[in-house]
Design a protein around this ligand. Structure first.
Ligand code: KIV
Length: 272
């Protein structure tokens, strides 16, 4: 465990492994900007994922495909600037690691050097083996991501549950074992049957973090805007909303508009 200049003990990949060993669940949320990262890091989250879901949540794109490496570095830098404790993992975006292992390494190095992130995440198994190996060989921690991998949405065709059939489930197990053997420090499993996710978590020694993968894994991740109720339309079965911040914001903005129109804001104390 390393100690930040603030005196706060920072979460490391080794600490996550120790959490799995002692059966302590790992909490992970996304963040894409300084203010949100400051709040969730201060609340004690273990891992912050600068997810390429920024493409949907921050930019309003339908998929994660359009976001670029430069965009991801911008978001990751803003998050790193806010964080004292959490481990910051940054998604390598679509098109920045699948082409060749050289390109993968170059992208991962840019993320680590320019944003100060602590680790990278990539989607896929066997098909990106060389890229994963090359990034790891440079001493960069890698988190894997299997199951529903949104960067492959046009191959899947839908966002429904993955690996329900035997062949796909077996490939997922093989890929998970491969990623562990290569040296990944953790694995995200997205939207797969809970029994399969639990089996993978039991068979692997590295932490397995689930999203829509049930409670038998080593930790959970959600998109922060979804769990806070800032995004309102996205309502998958696995999502628990912990607040209605979107509703609160709408009310606050309506209140402000009323006050401005009624010349109630600013009042005498709110001016010079
Ligand atoms: O980009 C993202 O937010 C993710 C999580 C859903 C795991 O990859």
């Amino acid at each position: 465990m390393s100690v930040h200049k603030s005196g706060i003990k920072k979460v490391t990949t080794h600490q996550l492994a120790a959490m799995k060993e002692r059966g302590e669940k790992i909490s992970m949320l996304t963040a894409y900007d300084y203010s949100m990262a400051k709040i969730i890091d201060g609340a004690g989250i273990d891992v912050i994922l600068v997810g390429d879901s920024a493409s949907n949540v921050m930019a309003g794109n339908e998929t994660t495909l359009p976001i670029t490496l430069d965009h991801m570095i911008y978001h990751a830098t803003s998050v790193v600037n806010a964080v004292d404790r959490a481990l910051v993992v940054v998604d390598i975006p679509f098109g920045s690691y699948q082409g060749s292992s050289t390109e993968a390494l170059r992208s991962a190095i840019r993320i680590m050097k320019e944003s100060g992130g602590h680790a990278v995440k990539v989607e896929g198994g066997k098909e990106i083996e060389d890229s994963v190996k090359r990034i790891l060989s440079a001493g960069i921690p890698v988190m894997g991501h299997l199951g529903l991998t949104p960067q492959s949405i046009y191959k899947f065709g839908t966002y429904t549950v993955r690996a329900k059939e035997e062949a796909e489930a077996q490939k997922l197990i093989d890929d998970a074992k491969l990623l562990e053997e290569l040296g990944c420090f953790a694995l995200v499993l997205e939207k797969i049957p809970s029994a399969l996710a639990e089996r993978v978590a039991k068979e692997l020694t590295i932490p397995v973090i689930g999203i829509g993968a049930g409670s038998g894994v080593d930790g959970q991740v959600l998109v922060v805007h979804d769990m806070l109720g800032i995004t309102q339309d996205f309502k998958p079965r696995f999502l628990r909303r912990y607040a209605n911040i979107g509703g609160m914001m709408t009310e606050a903005v309506q209140h402000y508009i009323q006050d401005v129109k009624a010349v109630d804001f600013p009042n005498e104390k709110e001016q010079y």
